[in-house]
Each structure stands twice: as C-alpha cells, then as structure tokens.
Write a protein that binds this ligand. Structure first.
Ligand code: ADP
Length: 514
C-alpha cells in the first residue's frame, strides 16, 4: 500500500500560492506597505516644502545682504558729501565733489530700484522698502536741485534728510535680514524633526511588518516544527495548540490526529508486547519444567541402576544358595539406601530447579567419599577397573556445610564419568581428599582418553554429552551444586593422559580454624 508523502513541488511550480493564510498575509503586507508609503510620502512632502521655504528664505537673505551693501555704500557717499559741505571751502572743487557724490547716489538708488522688482522678500517689507526708496529718491532729487542751484544751506538740509532715509532703509533691511535668517533656522529645525519622525515611523512600521509576519507565519510554523521534534523524541502526548482556520491550522489538526492515533497504536502495541512476553515467560517456565523432569529422570537412573544391580546380585546369590544372612542384609541395606538417595535426588533437583537450598548440614566429606567408593566398587571390579583412595592426614576431619545427598551425587557423577570414559579395564580411578588452606580439595583422576581442549570448554554446559545415551546433565548439575556451596570445579589433563576433575569447597568454620 502506498503511504502518503508531502508534495512540496505542487504549489511552487506554477508560482501562485492561493490559500487563506497566504491571502491574509498578502492583504496584511499590502496594508502595512501602504501605511509605510503614506508615512513616507507625507513626511517627504513636508520636508520638501520646508526645503523650498528654506531656499526662498536664503534668496531673501542674499537680497537683503545685497541691499545692505548698497545702502552701506550710499551711507558712506552721503557721509563724504556731508564732510565736503562742512569742511571744503565753497568753490568749484566742492561742487565737483558733490556732483560726483550725487552721481554715485543716483546709480545706487537705480540699482536698488531695479533689484526691487526681483526681491523675494515679504510683501509688507517690500512695501515699506518701496516707500523708503521713494522718499530717498525724492530727497536725492531735492539735493540735486540744491546742488545745481549752488545753494549750500538747502543742500545740507536735503543731505541730512537723505542720510536719515538711508539709515531707515538700512534698519529695515537689517530687520528683514534677521527675520529671514530666523525663518531659515526654524524651518531647518522643523525639517530635522520631521525627518526624525519619518525615520522613527518607518522603523516602527517595519517592526510592525516583522511582528505581523512572525505572528501569522513564523510562529505557527515554529510551533509545528517544535511539536514534530518533541513527537520525534517520544513525547506522544504533546499536541499543537491552534484555532486558526487556515492551512497551517489544518496541518496542526492533522498532526494532532496523527499523534493521537500513534499514541493509541503504541499503547495497544505495548499491551500486545506485554501479553506476548507473558506468554513467552509461561512457555519458558514449561520448558524449564521439561528440563527439570529430564534432569530428574537422568539422576534417578543411577540409584535405580544400583538397586537393580543389587537385586540381581541378591537373586543370583540366592539361586546359587550361597547367600548368608549378613550378605543378604548388606545387599538389602544398599537397596534401601539407594531408594532413599533416589528420593533425596528428586527433592534436591526440584529444589534446585526452584533455586532453593537443600537441607544444609555439617557433612564429613570422608564419609561421603567412602560411601561412593563402596557403592561403585562392585560395578568397577566387574569391569576390571581399579579404584584407589588417597587421603591426607587431615582428611578424617574435613567437613563442609552442604547437603550430604548432593555431595554424594556430585562425587558419583565424577566417578561414573571416569568409569564411562575408561569403559573396560584395565584402568584406574584415583580419588584423593586433602586440605588446601581453608578449603578442601576432592580430586577424581582417571587414565581414560581424557577431555580435549574444545570439549573442556563445554563439559559443564547443560546437555553437553559425547555419550550415545548421555543427557549432558551430570557435570552441569555438579557445577551448580559446587557453586551453591561457594566452591569451584575444574577439569585438567591427568599425567596419565586421562581426565582430572578437581572440586574445591570452603571448609566449615570450626574445621577451617583447627
Ligand atoms: P553425560 O554423562 O550424560 O554425558 P555429563 O555432564 O556427566 O553428561 O558429562 C558430559 C561429557 O563430559 C561427557 O559426555 C564426556 O564427553 C565428558 N566427560 C565427563 N567426564 C569425563 C572423563 N572422566 N573423561 C572424559 N570425558 C569426560
């Protein structure tokens, strides 16, 4: 079945994204852009108008400066004429100086009049200026008449009036000069403030633009991405919070539904895994029970075989009529003892399978060793196999805390394995019991074929056997028994080439101290 995939190309190729969110974003962007444009246009036109006014005021300033210069020249000429009136001796030279002064004054007045037409100054100022210039022109004509008439008194009077008119005109020009420069400064400050306001407004609108994009586009996408990440990290309960009716809202809702479904699936999967695990555990227990049953059957075969062989021997001896009461009692005692051993083995194995301890007591190991040797002697002699017992001088007192039946089972396993390895005599099995520091060592050595290196790695594994009818329980059980009492069992090659099994067990406390 095809699983759905995200197709990112579908919309991108034709270049047109038509979606509710896209159209909302588009309208928002247009709105913000329009506001930005209006602010920029309004601010720009105000600044533009201010600049135009500044240009106008600058022209005013230049005009006033020019007029001021001319008036200043006129004032100087008038001052020179006054000096001529007062100081010079009345005569041809004085009148010539005055004629020259008159000519210069006329020229300046003419320049001022010509410039007055292009004067960009305020209307009121222009009127005042025209009026004063009119007066000045009138005074100049009067002065000219007086000079032509060579009338000294009238000339001086007219010159005074002209000087006064010039000074009024100078004052007026200076006033306009100061006003236009103040206007320039004010407009400059206004333009500066307006530029600042436009810049701040534009920045605020840009911020608004970014905030809008973040709110409408980036934030929902980030939320989706973070939800997907948390979901990927295993937080299946995490959901995206959204109420927007557009496509991102649709994606978020689809994501939430998918997360809920996956959470449900995972819960049911976990439930199924739990059920299967329980089934597996049950099956494993049943298999363990099977192993225990097989183990019990194997271990019980030994005492049964002993009982059967004693019963046969008893029957044979009775058939031969050679059985005395003591021998009969001895055979019956062995049969009873082996029957009890079978019972003990059953109990021990069941408790071993349950991992419970058997009945632990202080056991004198030499008793166990003697029992096993006596038990096996009969079969060994029949097969032509010698068994020897070597004891050190402390062997008599070596005791361990263990279950006697299990120890016997352990030693029997080792002796019977040695017997099976030799098969038919001549052969020899040596059993040695000695003390090593605070432990005892029980060694069973034979001169059979021995255990090769590969087999030595596995002889203690459950079910490992090389015998046609073996089960591979004996050494695994022996190892478990030894380890349960804190000891160790190892296999080495004997000097004769056979196998040498060594069991070490910690001595019981009082024996260890002695
Ligand atoms: P089983 O006796 O049923 O085979 P064991 O666990 O007692 O099971 O023995 C496992 C294997 O270890 C034997 O099949 C044999 O190959 C090997 N083995 C044990 N003791 C000896 C020995 N004394 N000499 C040679 N091989 C031995």
């Amino acid at each position: 079945m095809d699983s759905p995939r995200l197709d990112f190309d579908r919309r991108g190729r034709n270049g047109s994204v038509s979606s509710k969110r896209a159209s909302t974003i588009r309208s928002g962007v247009w709105l913000i852009f329009s506001i930005q444009l209006i602010v920029l246009l309004a601010g720009g036109s105000v600044v533009w108008a201010n600049l135009a006014s500044i240009r106008h005021d600058t022209l005013r300033l230049a005009e006033e400066a020019r007029e001021h210069h001319r008036l200043h020249m006129m004032a100087q000429t008038a001052a020179q004429m006054e000096v001529a009136f007062r100081m010079a001796p009345a005569g041809g030279e004085m009148w010539a100086q005055l004629d020259d002064g008159l000519r210069r004054l006329r020229s300046e007045v003419q320049v001022l009049r010509d410039g007055g037409e292009k004067d960009p100054s305020e209307h009121a100022h222009k009127l005042k200026e025209e009026h004063l210039l009119e007066r000045l022109g009138h005074d100049l004509e009067q002065l000219a008449t007086a000079v032509q008439a060579r009338d000294l008194i009238a000339g001086q009077k007219r010159l005074e009036s002209l000087t006064l008119a010039t000074s009024h005109l100078l004052d007026e020009t200076e006033g306009e000069f100061h006003e236009s420069s103040r206007d320039i400064r004010n407009r400059g400050e206004r333009s500066h403030g307006m530029l600042l306001a436009v810049a701040v407004g534009a920045c605020l609108i840009l911020l608004l633009f970014f905030w809008f994009l973040r709110q409408r586009l980036v934030r929902p996408l980030l939320e989706l991405a973070s939800a997907a990440q948390r979901f990927g990290q295993g937080e299946l309960r995490h959901r995206v919070e959204t109420s927007s009716p557009d496509e991102i809202g649709d994606v978020a809702r689809a994501f939430n539904e998918m997360a809920a479904k996956l959470a449900r699936d995972q819960a049911s999967l976990e439930h199924e895994v739990r059920d299967r695990t329980e089934e597996l555990v049950r099956a494993r227990r049943l298999a363990d029970v099977g192993v225990v049953a097989a183990s019990i059957a194997h271990e019980i075969n030994n005492p049964l075989a002993s009982i059967a062989s004693c019963a046969e021997a008893l029957q044979r001896r009775m058939d031969e009529n050679a059985l005395d009461a003591d021998e009969q009692r001895a055979y019956l005692a062995i049969i009873a003892k082996e029957a009890y051993r079978a019972r003990d083995i059953t109990r021990g194995l069941v408790s071993a399978a349950r991992d419970e301890r058997s009945q632990v007591e202080l056991v004198r190991v030499l008793d166990v060793v003697r029992d096993v040797v006596m038990l096996e002697q009969h079969v060994l002699v029949e097969r032509g196999i010698e068994i020897g017992l070597t004891l050190d001088d402390q062997a008599d007192s070596l005791c361990v805390m263990a279950c006697a039946a299990e120890l016997k089972q352990l030693l029997l396993n080792l002796v019977q394995n040695a017997r099976d390895a030799i098969q038919r005599g001549p052969g020899r099995i040596d059993v040695r019991l000695c003390r090593r520091k605070d432990q005892l060592a029980l060694v069973v050595e034979d001169d059979g074929p021995g255990v090769d290196a590969a087999a030595a790695q596995r002889v203690f594994d459950l079910f490992f056997t090389t015998k046609p009818h073996g089960g591979g329980f004996g050494l695994a059980t022996s190892k478990r028994i030894v380890e349960r009492y804190g000891g160790q069992i190892t296999v080495d090659a004997a000097p004769t080439g056979g196998a040498c099994f060594t069991v070490t067990l910690p001595l019981a406390l009082e024996e260890a101290r002695s």
